[in-house]
Design a protein around this ligand. Structure first.
Ligand SMILES: [Fe+2]
Length: 211
């Protein structure tokens, strides 16, 4: 699986294109702000876009979804239904996804890890040693939990799940805060929140998040 990271918009959001090198079958993750940058790349690399994957429902991650959703090819849009309440309008082809499911983008397969906390419907997508963490985990940081539907307790449980991922897995976050990419091995050492979750220190995690 090949991955291309795009830093777009005024909040340093990341959109991603992932694809199978042999078949060119592709998915777009969190399309926002500058869809033309993504469509140019799709054209240049001759990718066949099969689906849109949304890590959560916040507008800064999904505001270009309609440039890719539906259409002649009926491209589906995957978002956990717990985040539907924050959609201004439901995009064409909207489908829910749940923990442990696999999303098929032609020959490409991505796993779904439900990681609520930042939002109730936050998920991470996993594929071939890469984890797309949305606003759940940033390089050295965790997502905000002071927003409607956020839960620090749920985020702790999600971080416990993330702490079990292999050290070699790459982290691809939803914003460029403190860095653009890392590995879970490095984050387990240097990300305070992941460290606390790994050590089972729930009370300390909740304190740190509140601070
Ligand atoms: Fe967010």
């Amino acid at each position: 699986m090949k991955t291309k990271q795009f830093k777009l918009g005024p909040m340093d959001n990341f959109s991603y294109l992932v694809w199978d090198e042999d078949t060119r079958d592709a998915a777009v993750i969190d399309p926002a702000w500058q869809p033309e940058k993504l469509t140019e790349f799709i054209k240049k690399e001759q990718l066949n876009l099969h689906c849109v994957l949304l890590t959560h429902g916040h507008p800064d991650h999904i505001n270009a979804v309609n440039a890719f959703a539906g259409g002649e090819k009926e491209v589906p849009v995957y978002l956990n239904e717990a985040d539907y309440f924050m959609l201004e309008a439901r995009p064409a082809g909207l489908k829910t996804i749940a923990d442990g499911e696999q999303v098929q983008a032609g020959s490409l397969k991505l796993g779904v890890m439900q990681t609520p906390g930042h939002t109730p419907g936050s998920v991470c997508f996993t594929g071939e040693g890469a984890v797309f963490t949305g606003d759940t985990l940033f390089i050295g940081e965790c997502g905000r939990v002071d927003l409607p539907g956020s839960s620090a307790e749920a985020l702790y449980d999600s971080f416990v799940k993330l702490a079990a991922l292999p050290d070699a897995a790459a982290v691809y976050p939803g914003h460029s805060y403190n860095g653009d990419t890392s590995t879970f091995g490095v984050q387990k050492e240097y990300n305070l929140y992941l460290k606390l979750a790994r050590q089972g220190r729930r009370a300390d995690f909740l304190l740190a998040v509140a601070g």
